[in-house]
Design a protein around this ligand. Structure first.
Ligand code: ASP
Length: 396
């Protein structure tokens, strides 16, 4: 339908009369992007605070879980960056920003020392206003760690004064997610407008580039799946074939719903009944992991940043790519386990390296498919962590 409208408006060569109409078609996407940019900082802040306040993880298993989650996410991001650097999907075709603005990357030099100096905000609310992701991480981690420590002290003293603040954080988290759901329900409208205006303005050429991007993301996700299977083979008693067969219900559910949250009960169930893990390992990986372990999302966000920088012909240097790694880790923690959530926190990854966020509107057009694929990998990541926590000895 969108392609037909774009075609009617003059694929690649619109008449001047149609140009105003084409510009208006891009408006829904611009508004949705604005909303996503505005929601990203509070979402990351409350998601990190919520994780610190509510995650109920026993001592040593907790530390193991944290190490496993961090290594898997970092590997995912490196795989994503490696594939994007090798295949260079952004150079396969021409792609311009919707609305025609912001086609150039600000020529800022990467300055790690400047970044460190800038990491402390002048005011606590500053990172929320300026979308400064490094400052946001500093604030979220500081408050998260302190609130967690206060809660632990109170729990050992038998006090429960921490409860109201824990409830406030949970309610705020829920509220941000609900608003996010409103915005996300409008995404099909944005996709329609963007596809129609892109076809009208530039014909079908931009889709070659997007096709290359889809291919590159799929290659990277498959590599990540192979990494999981090798971890399962060497780090647990579970046979990779049984892992894949037993987990198939969860993978299919993740693919069909695009939501690792909605898939969580199935993940938990198959880990115990079909794969045969202990309940405690299944719970840690599936329940805790589903909330803030999103390797597929991290991989995708890092690849998107690199893809757009390639489209702009301004390749990110090593320092900038490391910044992408760092921000993608946090962006994936903040990405709620619902459809399209990765698009929200992606705005912060883009801003951290000075990429124009208008291009995210172009990625929205392929997100309905790539979201399904990365959600399946998110779920597979949680299941891998469960298998590794279960260790090398089966239940017997
Ligand atoms: N849909 C993903 C999930 O539920 C999150 C994302 O958009 O990346 O895991």
């Amino acid at each position: 339908m969108a392609i037909a409208v774009g075609f009617l408006l003059g694929a690649g060569n619109p008449s001047p009369a149609n140009e105003a109409l084409i510009k208006n078609l891009a408006i829904p996407a611009e508004l949705i992007l604005k909303a996503l940019r505005a929601l990203a900082p509070p979402l990351i802040l409350v998601a990190v605070l919520h994780t610190f306040m509510t995650a109920n993880i026993p001592g040593t298993a907790g530390r193991r879980l944290a190490v496993l989650l961090l290594t898997n996410t970092t590997v995912a991001i490196f795989i994503g960056l490696l594939v994007a650097n090798l295949l260079r999907p952004g150079t396969w075709g021409r792609l311009s920003a919707p609305g025609g603005t912001g086609t150039g990357l600000p020529q800022e030099k990467f300055d790690p020392w400047g970044l460190i100096q800038d990491a402390i905000p002048k005011a606590i609310l500053e990172p929320l206003v300026n979308n400064n992701v490094i400052q946001l991480i500093v604030i979220a981690l500081s408050f998260g760690i302190v609130l967690r420590a206060i809660k632990s002290e109170m729990v050992t003293q038998g006090k429960n004064e921490y409860k109201p603040i824990e409830n406030v954080i949970s309610i705020l988290f829920e509220a941000v997610i609900r608003i996010l759901n409103w915005v996300i329900s409008l995404v099909p409208l944005a996709v329609f407008g963007i596809v129609a205006s892109t076809v009208a303005k530039e014909g079908f050429e931009p889709f070659i580039s997007l096709g290359a991007f889809i291919l590159a993301v799929l290659v990277a996700l498959v590599l990540q799946a192979c990494y999981y299977l090798s971890r399962v083979k060497f780090g647990s008693w579970v046979k990779p074939v049984n892992f894949l067969r037993g987990g198939s219900d969860a993978f299919v559910m993740a693919f069909s719903t695009s939501s690792s949250g909605a898939t969580m009960p199935v993940t938990f169930e198959v880990l115990q009944t079909k794969i045969g893990l202990r309940e405690s390992s299944a719970a840690l990986g599936a329940l805790v992991g589903a909330n803030f372990n999103n390797d597929g999302t991290a991989l995708y966000e890092a690849m998107s940043a690199l893809f757009i920088s390639q489209v702009l012909g301004q390749h990110l240097n090593i320092g900038q790519q490391l910044l992408v790694v760092l921000t993608s880790i946090f962006a994936s923690v903040g990405a709620a386990n619902i459809p399209n959530a990765g698009l929200v926190t992606m705005t912060l990854v883009f801003t951290s390296v000075g990429l124009p966020t208008q291009y995210i509107a172009v990625l929205v057009t392929v997100d309905w498919f790539l979201d399904r694929c990365r959600t399946a990998i998110n779920v597979m990541g949680d299941m891998t962590v469960s298998a590794l926590l279960d260790g090398k000895k089966d239940r017997g």
